[in-house]
Structures are given as structure tokens and as C-alpha cells.
Write a protein that binds this ligand. Sequence first.
Ligand SMILES: [Zn+2]
Length: 333
Amino acid sequence: MVAERFSRQSILPELGPEGQRRLGVARVLVVGCGALGSHTAAALLRAGVHRLILLDRDILELHNLHRVALFTEADVGRPKAEALADRLCQIDGEVEISAYVAHFGPSQAEDLVPAVDLVVDGLDNMETRYLLNDACLKHGVPWIYTAVLGTTGLMMPIVPGNGPCLRCLFPSPPPPGTLPTCATHGILGPVPKALGALQASLAIRLLTAGEVPIGKLFQFDLWRVEFRELVVPRRDDCPSCVRGEYAFLREGSRTVTLCGDAIHILPRTSESVDLEELARRLAGLGKVRRGSGVLFFDVDGVSFTVFPDGRAIIKGVKDPTRAQALYDQFISR
Ligand SMILES: [Zn+2]
């Protein structure tokens, strides 16, 4: 049955039965399960990649639906990683999936990256990509930098020990909140699906042939139907891929500014939060609502989404320090 399922792909001279077999045993980590990550994951699964690890810290919102093919209105309010895992199991019952509703921080990077053959990029912020870059270089795992914005997408495969890395391309992360995001500049619905397909194609090539174009940044504009290829040299003094300092793997800030005018706050401790008890405590202070495994809390034009592991996503505040203060005031004790 498995052979029949992939028969139209395994006859490709680029893959053959051996390439198809390699896809079946490959292990891939999908960091970020929004539009870009979910389309990449689905394309990989349908191609025969059966071992997937999914990670996303966020829940699905109505304004995500215009650019994702796998999610429906019934998934709004659910954690994206869990909704994606359920949908992928419906596509192919042979799949082995681990889904994590969690922030991708240094400890998750150190745990998950060494366990896989490849990481694909479904992220919505640059800060986390620098951490992913360091983790992949340290553990010798290739990853594919892929980003979408407006009508355009960028892609650059990064193979440790062979060619440039993300910090050769962009040496330092921009200050939080200074880059345009999907919330401020918009996103054309089909763009993440196209870039997900491109990312999945390069992932399949890397997993089967063991090689991809190195040292090139690919830029696509779907509206203007334009494609450009830029040569990216390796920097002689790159702190990540040459000097091996991996500074982003050290515990960093507790706040990350997300695409979508939201700020993500990490808890100070790893103790889980009793959401029922928190709901009772917050009830007199603002509007409290329970979602699928999360708690929503609105007060003075600021909205909190609180997860059982103590993380919170805060909207209605632009300054990360202010968001941190509000978290400490209402959520942490
Ligand atoms: Zn580098």
C-alpha cells in the first residue's frame, strides 16, 4: 500500500525507490505551525516524510484563515500545533507525530534539534530564527530559512559546515518591533502556500539527494511574478558558523515581539498554572473566558491569552517592558 501511495513520485529519476525510502525514515522538525509551517508540513507528509515534530506556541485566530488551507473555522481558538497534528493524521494514518504547544527557547532547541535530520522554518519573527540558526549549527543539522511578507517570500538553505548561515546574511537581529510584519504590512493569501511548497521541495532534495544550492538567497514576488537569486558569501568572522559562539542559545529575554502586534511573555519558573484558579482570581478584574486549553483575559483594552505552562500572549501593548509589567501584575504571583 505504501509503495502504491507514492508510486507517482518514486518513479521520478530524482528520487527513485531509494529516495522514497529515505523520506520514510527521515525525521523533520517544523518550528512554527501557522500558514508557512502547516503548508510545509503537509507537503512533506504527503511526499512520504512520516516522522514529524511540530512546535508552535500560539492558538489559531480567525485572521489566520485567509492564508491556510488545512485549518477551518472549527479550529479557531485551538493550539495550532495540535490542530495541525490532528489534520495530518487524517491525511496519512502512518504518520508519527509529536506536537508541542510551547515557545521555541534555548532548552527546546537543545532538546529537539539534535533529534532530527532537518528543520523547516514556519516562524513569524527573526529573533527566534537566530536561536534556530545557532542550534542547527551547533548540532550539525541543516535548516531552510524561509520567510513571507506582503506578496513576497525569501528562502535560503543553510547546511552546517558548508556555506553561509543566517548571520552571514543578516549579521545582527534588528531591534524588536522594527521589522515590517504580516500585521503591519499584510500578507497575500497564497504566498505562504507557495513558499511552503518551495521549502518542502528543497527539504525533499536535501533528505534524498543530500545536497541543495548553497550560498544563495532566493527571492520570490508572486504578485509581480518575479524571481531573483542573490549570492550570499560566508563571512570570515561570522560569530555563529565560523567562531561557533552560539550566543542565542544562552537564555535570553523573556519577551518576544510577534508578528501580529502581540508580545509573548515567558514565565519565570517552569511550574504549570492552574487556569481554573487563575480564572477565579481574575474574574472581578476584567472579562475572563476559557478556550481550548487556554484562558483569555481582557482588561483596559489589553488582552491576554494564558497557556497552562505559564506563557502568555499579550495584545494591545506595544512596549515589551509594559507587557512584562502587566504580566507580572495579573498573571504571575
Ligand atoms: Zn555564518
